[in-house]
Design a protein around this ligand. Structure first.
Ligand code: SF4
Length: 1020
């Protein structure tokens, strides 16, 4: 019996050679071992290409271990599934945590069980037992730490044995033992292909097998090839077993159809490589942002398929398919390309997994309102509208905990969501009941959209992932209820689900573009290969600090293989990618992220460019690179029309040309015929109509609407100012009135509170003075504090810490204002408070007739002096207030109009109108305007000289306000609504949206200032 080695570089015909030897041995029932299940299917297909192939089997290494372990006639104990094994590790950690030393704290952290499981895999794959690790702890540095690892290892073994189970490593050990004892009775020849890395157990098995039968190992290895250096030691370890026959294969151009690709694979890693002219077989894709890269790859794949390529002959190699694969897969699927994403994804990242975790968090102690909302927003079976209104209630009441959220739900609905009730009941049920219920819920949630329940649209592309995730959760939890000892309790279930991963694609890969890691693809060949995400730090990966548990010396002392040299491993993997394609190779990288921040490309790309001729010279950019790079910039949000990879993308590409583009001509450029051309033309037409309507909204044309606008009986000053600030903003806030989601902004609530308290305070006059005076100030402040508390309580404020803070802030602002007021001595005293005029009968005065329209309002305060002259005061809860010179610029009208109202409705003689800043810190001075003849009397207000005006200017100011208000009313009545933020042209801020306006998603105006020429028909 013997061990035969076949080794050589890629493209040297090893696969063909081993297949021929396997076929020659068919009469002896040979076994072919390959790395992955997909390789099993592929080899079986290839073996059957010439017709049925009888005898022989293809399997993975795990399959070989199992076949050998059962070959003695007595099958090993039942194996723990991956979910059971992880749970058994968690049980062991919980049981032994109190005995741990340095690892005790880490062992309580989420994710520890998963990390420890990886170490355990390595220890067991090296044939180590707990006792060996414990013995090693006595002789090694950091022995307390290793003792902890030995304790946990022993704990796991105890749990596993208590359950009467074994694990895959136990099966491997039994297989090796049977072979060594001669109990396996195994004579079938074994061939191994594509396995470039072997664990100690696998090597031990090969050693034992070689004693019993003929074993042939085909390796990708070339002794003087630096790119394959990472695998050189494997060849040596195999030779140590004793190799009577070695076959060295040589690279042969006949094994690939493209000489350039052969050259790249042969030259990569060479210290002084030959150069060769670039050609058809190599392209570099340069993109901006992850989506841009996925779309660039997708477009090339679609083009290849349109050109006749078989999807199954296209592969996309990603160093990290778990992270990058889902986006690439979803883009390809949206182009109508079938894909097989070979990646293990965490169920926690799916809608079903995330919703279940949120549900468990919401029902657990310490659950938050955000957890509850995440559950309700998932496939919970509840109508979206109901959840929207509930979210609004949560936010407006500032609810933070899940318990308070559930109380609020009960207030608004008859019963709790059924899923939540089910979980609450199961938590108190027998062991395993909760896991069974969550398993059932996973499947129920994933299938709700399929059954047309009310939680969203019918399933579309990508929903297959949800079903697979649900199946993985359900299967894992079902496995954990038998044996029942593994059933996770309420506190452990979430961590268990977080550890569940599922294969994004688990069916046959025939007819599908494969997206996988270089490890998964390296045993195969494809016509066309993409290597994506070639970024520095990703491919090649940066060394992440090595083993999280063991130092290099600890590994060595325990007999574990040294960690891979990261750099050599990454170069080996990239070399494997270069060896994959027969016809075309696409190397793809991103030069920036979605925000335009530069991202460095992989140095491996430069290594490829070093193989091309001519070498870089003075010329920038390098002409060789320019000739093979296809760039896609951040601004390129659609594909060129002639290159659009799908009907939808073609429609987008044409739409992006704007309203004036000739659709028919562009469709002709794309070479699209009926009925697709007709469908796209119709879509473009609809989109253009909608776009035109939303780009330039208004004027309002519906007679019912304009009729209603004309019939408004009276207008308030705030309304007019709002319209002046931006007519569209006014229309949305005043007429459409969208319901706010969040509580009213603090300044608004504080302002309301302050106004109400000041009104009552000045009406009550504590201490008998009409204004606070130095002597009566304490009484005013004391009463003010009481009124703040009373008014806040009446308004339902004070339950939340933020509200209590707000109330205290108002108390402080009020005290400061009263103190200021007590120091003034102007002769003016409050005369009217909250003086209302308008249509309602209970108001002091009727609405004011102004040039064909009427004004209504409520004036905060009007003061009067002994001579009957009046001063209008408007409280503003702001840091700064508007000066006279900026009244128009800041769309201020109300103060001037109130002066007119005071004069005409109350027959008073106003000398000025002042905005009083209640929140100002350094700028406490009231602003506005006043007659210069009253300056001396108003000296204690500290007015700015620029706010003083002579009688003529005073009258002009009021007349100007009357004119502006009249124009605004006329526009309102015409329904003249436009996106026209800021004052008229020529004043500062014209065309600029105020920073506080959050209606841009409704009005759809770009927030940057827009020149009138850019917005047709929107000149003011
Ligand atoms: S975002 Fe600008 S244009 Fe739109 S409503 Fe607000 S202020 Fe007006």
């Amino acid at each position: 019996m013997s061990l035969n080695l076949i080794h050589g570089p890629p493209n040297s015909g090893r696969a063909g050679l081993i297949r021929r030897r396997f076929e020659d041995a068919l009469d002896r029932d040979p076994v072919l071992v390959v790395p992955t299940l997909d390789d099993v299917y592929r080899f079986e297909r290839e073996l059957c290409e010439g017709g049925a192939s009888l005898g022989g089997a293809t399997m993975t290494f795990g399959g070989l271990f199992r076949a050998l372990a059962t070959s003695g006639g007595t099958p090993p104990a039942a194996e723990l599934t991956p979910a059971q094994r992880l749970r058994a590790i968690s049980v062991a950690i919980a049981e032994r945590r109190e005995r741990l030393g340095p690892l005790r704290r880490s062992a309580a952290r989420p994710g520890f069980a998963l990390a420890f499981a990886l170490l355990l895999d390595e220890l067991q794959a090296a044939g180590l037992e707990p006792a060996a690790v414990e013995a090693g702890a006595g002789t090694l540095e950091g022995s307390a730490y290793l003792n902890d690892l030995a304790t946990l290892f022993a704990g796991y073994a105890a749990v596993r044995d208590r359950l009467g189970r074994t694990d895959s490593h136990g099966v491997a050990g039994r297989a090796i033992e049977l072979l060594r004892d001669g109990g396996a009775r195994w004579r079938r020849p074994v061939f191994l292909y594509g396995l470039d890395d072997l664990t100690p157990n696998q090597l031990a098995l090969i050693r034992a097998l070689a004693e019993a039968t003929e074993v042939t190992v085909a390796l990708s290895c070339e002794e003087d090839n630096a790119a394959l250096a990472a695998r050189a030691s494997l060849l040596e370890r195999l030779r140590e077993i004793g190799v009577p026959e070695e076959t060295r294969t040589e690279a042969d151009l006949a094994n690939t159809t493209n000489p350039l690709l052969f050259h790249l694979e042969r030259g990569f890693g060479s210290a002084e490589p030959d150069r060769r002219q670039p050609g058809e077989g190599l392209s570099i894709l340069r993109s901006a942002g992850e989506r841009g890269e996925a779309e660039a790859i997708g477009a090339e794949v679609a083009r290849l398929i349109a050109g006749g390529a078989e999807p199954g002959e296209i592969a996309i190699a990603l160093r990290d398919p778990e992270r990058r694969g889902p986006l690439v897969a979803s883009v390809l699927e949206s182009y109508g390309v079938a894909v097989a994403l070979e990646a293990e994804l965490p169920v926690a990242g799916t809608a079903v997994g995330g919703t279940l975790l949120a549900l468990l968090a919401a029902t657990a102690e310490g659950g938050t309102a955000a957890d509850l909302l995440r559950f309700l927003r998932g496939p919970s079976g509840l109508p979206r509208g109901q959840v929207d209104w509930f979210e609004r209630a949560l936010r407006r009441r500032r609810v933070r905990t899940a318990a308070a959220g559930l109380e609020l739900w009960r207030e608004r609905n008859e019963e709790l969501p059924h899923d939540l009730t089910r979980i609450e009941e199961a938590v108190n049920g027998a062991p395993g009941e909760l896991a069974t219920m969550v398993a059932w819920l996973a499947v129920t949630m994933a299938s709700r959209p399929l059954r047309g329940e009310r939680d969203g649209p019918a399933p579309g592309r990508g929903d297959g992932l949800e079903l697979r995730a649900a199946a993985a959760i359900s299967a894992a939890l079902a496995e954990l209820t038998d044996p029942i000892e593994l059933a996770p309790g309420p506190g452990e279930l979430a961590a268990t689900i977080e550890g569940v991963r599922f294969r994004a694609w688990s069916g046959p890969v025939e007819g599908r573009v494969r997206i996988a890691s270089p490890y998964a693809l390296r045993a195969a060949r494809f016509d066309h290969v993409f290597v994506g995400s070639l970024q520095d730090g990703e491919f090649p990966r940066r060394d992440r600090g090595g083993d999280p548990f063991l130092s290099d010396s600890q590994r060595e002392s325990l007999g574990l293989a040294p960690r891979h040299d990261v750099d050599a491993e990454e170069r080996y993997l990239f070399h494997a990618c270069l060896a994959l394609p027969r016809e075309r190779l696409f190397l793809s990288y991103r030069d920036s992220d979605e925000n335009g921040v530069a991202e460095p490309r992989s140095p491996l790309l430069d290594d490829v460019l070093r193989l091309l001729e001519p070498p870089p010279g003075e010329e920038v950019p390098d002409p060789v690179e320019t000739s093979i790079v296809r760039g896609r910039d951040l601004a390129q949000i659609v594909h060129p029309v002639a290159e659009a990879p799908s009907e939808h993308e073609l429609a987008r590409a044409i739409a992006a040309r704007g309203a004036v583009a000739d659709t028919a001509a562009l469709l002709a450029v794309a070479g699209v015929d009926e009925p697709v051309a007709g469908r796209i033309a119709a879509r473009i037409e609809i989109a253009r109509t909608a776009e035109a309507a939303s780009r330039a909204p208004g004027p309002l044309a519906n007679p019912a609407v304009t009729g209603a606008m004309e019939a408004v009986p009276a207008y308030g000053g705030t309304t007019l100012e709002g319209f002046d600030l931006c007519s569209y903003r006014w229309f949305v806030s005043h007429e459409l009135r969208p319901k706010p989601l969040d509580p009213a902004p603090d300044p608004l609530v504080q302002g309301g509170l302050m106004h109400a308290v000041l009104d009552r305070l000045y009406t009550e006059r504590p201490g008998g003075d009409p204004l606070p005076r130095p002597d009566s100030l304490p009484a005013w402040i004391e009463r003010g504090r009481e009124l703040v508390a009373e008014t806040a309580a009446a308004g339902g404020l004070g339950n939340h810490p933020a509200e209590r803070a707000m109330v205290r802030r108002v108390e402080g602002l009020l005290a400061r204002f009263l103190a200021e007021e007590s120091r003034r001595d102007s002769g003016f005293e409050p005369w009217l408070l909250e003086a209302g005029f308008g249509e309602e009968e209970d108001l002091e005065r009727p609405a004011l007739e102004v040039d064909g329209w009427r004004l209504h309002g409520a004036i905060d305060r009007v003061d009067r002096d002994a001579a009957g002259r009046t001063l209008v005061v408007d409280y503003k809860l702001a840091n700064t207030v508007t000066a006279r010179g900026k009244l128009e610029e800041e769309a201020k009208l109300q103060l001037q109009l109130y002066l007119i109202a005071v004069a005409e409705q109350w027959g008073a003689d106003p000398v000025g109108g002042l905005y009083h800043p209640l929140r100002g810190t350094s700028a406490r001075r009231p602003r506005g305007f006043a007659l210069d003849e009253a300056a001396e009397q108003l000296a204690s207000f500290g007015l700015a000289s620029t706010d003083l005006v002579d009688r003529e200017g005073f009258e002009e100011l009021l007349a100007d306000a009357r004119r502006r208000a009249g124009e605004i009313v006329a526009r309102m009545r015409r329904g003249d609504i436009r996106r026209d933020p800021g004052p008229r042209r020529g004043l500062r801020g014209h065309g600029v949206c105020p920073p506080f306006c959050d209606f841009a998603p409704i009005c759809r105006r770009d927030r940057a200032p827009v020149e009138p020429d850019d917005e047709e028909g929107e000149n003011r």
